[in-house]
Ligand binder design. Structure first.
Ligand SMILES: [Cu+2]
Length: 497
């Protein structure tokens, strides 16, 4: 289809759809008549990890390819087919659909029964590295997730090789058992899975004598580095995966000598924040959560749960092989993949780094700047969400668990600011559905930070986000740590009529 015509139609659609709230961020996309529906099936599949097999989920097209690659300006026209053998629902993480197509069971639409299908159809407005995952129960722990890449038509013909990598924390255990273990630990936050628990297969955090503060667990891995007891891990894992592989047998991406590579990294782990370690390479972060930032050079980048990182690499002009690692915070354990030229010699890489990685915090976040910040506007509405924890693995927003939550009210057209205040012993990756937001303050200091959809709120820290209320409906706002969410850490943003 003719691009300029599509752009013209897009402008028209934008006027018709969001007439009352013009926004540069949300140019509507036109219906491209040629966009046929793609069937995505949620299936079960066998997987081999560390020589042992397990049955996990997958989200695949009829040809077996995982997830979806689409183009901005077209429509997201998908038939979701449930062949998982149990009810499910898939959330399109990073997209901004009408709220009824957002894939949150009980909020956007009912769960999809086994054997049934749902149809989705909405404009793909912005390019970006996104993903899709179950929003039901603990299915995400069993790998019910896949990449959702929306390419920019303007990048067509660019001499850049794309490498899409999804990270997971992997366990052979039943996630329900893990959650039961966390709940039975008798603490708000289970004690960090460190020390004696370190290296044990996927045990939920072990107990430690609770300190005076009610509901708080024992000392975390980095108690020495933080004034208060901070927990990094409350679930232990059997392995960490990059595109389903460990470093024993990593995925090797063949690259050109002197080539340019765009890494599209997706942290699909349920409970693990990583550091991306480019080892001998340097890179430039060009987008976070699929949205462009002012390019940021570096070699190591913090990567919280559910976030995405787009990193541009300029490879050396000679033959070679370059590993890229994802190191678990507060740990030596790592996964990764390899970029190698045709004759590059691939060295074996250990699944353990030399040094324990620091906790993931807001070092990168403080330095990131949006490539296109929100227009400077005073907030029309401010909300505060305070995080607390209670014994029995209960995680609350403003003193309430999901189901008893008080929705955050907004009105169409408003500039909204939400301040997250974390009074718990753990960091929380907070995800707002349906609206990209800008990070506008960290611990009370204003910044013109990144636009994104998931931000980490460190223990005892605060983060303020701003967004424009331009997508009416009922939207989830929650911690993306799967077990915290299961422990109650979810509320909604609801538009007043
Ligand atoms: Cu959390």
């Amino acid at each position: 289809m003719n691009l300029s015509r599509r752009r013209f139609l897009a402008a028209t659609a934008a006027t018709a759809g969001f007439g009352a709230v013009p926004s540069l961020l949300f140019p509507g996309a036109a219906r491209a008549a040629g966009d046929a529906a793609t069937t995505l099936s949620v299936v079960r599949r066998p997987i081999q990890v560390l020589g042992k097999s397990a049955e996990m989920f997958d989200i695949v097209q009829p040809d077996g390819s995982r997830g979806l690659h689409a183009e901005a300006g077209r429509r997201f026209r998908v038939r979701l087919e449930n062949r998982a053998g149990e009810a499910t629902l898939i959330h399109w993480h990073g997209l901004t659909p009408p709220w009824q197509q957002d894939g949150v069971p009980g909020l956007s639409q009912p769960a999809l029964a086994a054997g049934k299908s749902y149809d989705y159809d909405f404009p793909l407005e912005r390019p970006g590295t996104h993903w899709m995952h179950s929003h039901l129960g603990l299915q995400e722990q069993r790998l019910m997730a896949a990449p959702l890449i929306v390419r920019d038509p303007a990048d067509k013909g660019a001499d850049v090789q794309e490498v899409v990598v999804m990270l997971h924390d992997f366990t052979f255990r039943d996630p329900a058992e893990i959650l039961a273990g966390l709940r039975g630990s008798g603490q708000g936050a289970a004690a960090g899975g460190h020390g004696a628990g370190h290296g044990q297969p996927a045990s939920a955090g072990h107990s430690a004598p609770p300190p005076a503060a009610a509901g708080h667990g024992g000392q975390g891995d980095h108690a020495a580095m933080a004034p208060a007891a901070v927990h990094l891990h409350d679930v232990e894992y059997d392995a960490f995966l990059a595109n389903d592989r460990t470093l024993d047998d990593p995925q090797v991406h063949r690259v050109e000598k002197g080539g340019r590579v765009r890494l599209r990294l997706i942290n699909a782990a349920t409970a693990t924040h990583f550091w991306i370690d480019l080892d001998r390479l340097h890179g430039r972060v060009v987008a976070v959560d699929g949205i462009p930032v002012v390019p940021m050079e570096g070699r190591r980048f913090e990567f919280a749960i559910a976030q995405r990182l787009d990193i541009l690499l300029q490879l050396p002009a000679e033959e070679g092989a370059w590993p890229v690692f994802a190191v678990r915070e507060g740990d030596v354990k790592r996964t990764g993949f390899v970029l190698a030229t045709k004759n590059g010699r691939i060295a074996r890489q250990s699944g353990e780094a030399h040094d324990k990685a620091d906790p993931v915090g807001l070092g990168l976040e403080r330095r990131l700047r949006a490539a296109a910040p929100l227009p400077a506007l005073a907030a029309d509405r401010r909300h505060t969400l305070t995080f607390t924890e209670a014994p029995g693995y209960v995680w609350m927003l403003n003193g309430r668990v999901h189901g008893e939550h008080a929705p955050l009210a907004v009105r169409q057209g408003e500039r909204v600011e939400v301040t997250f205040v974390d009074q718990t012993t753990m960091a929380h990756p907070m995800h707002l559905h349906g609206h990209p937001f800008q990070v506008v303050a960290i611990d009370g200091h204003r910044i013109a930070g990144a636009l994104r959809d998931t931000v980490l709120v460190p223990s005892r820290g605060s983060v303020t986000i701003a967004f424009d209320a331009v997508n009416p409906g009922k939207w989830a706002l929650h911690c993306h740590h799967l077990y915290h969410m299961a422990g109650g850490m979810m509320t909604t943003v609801e538009y007043e009529i």
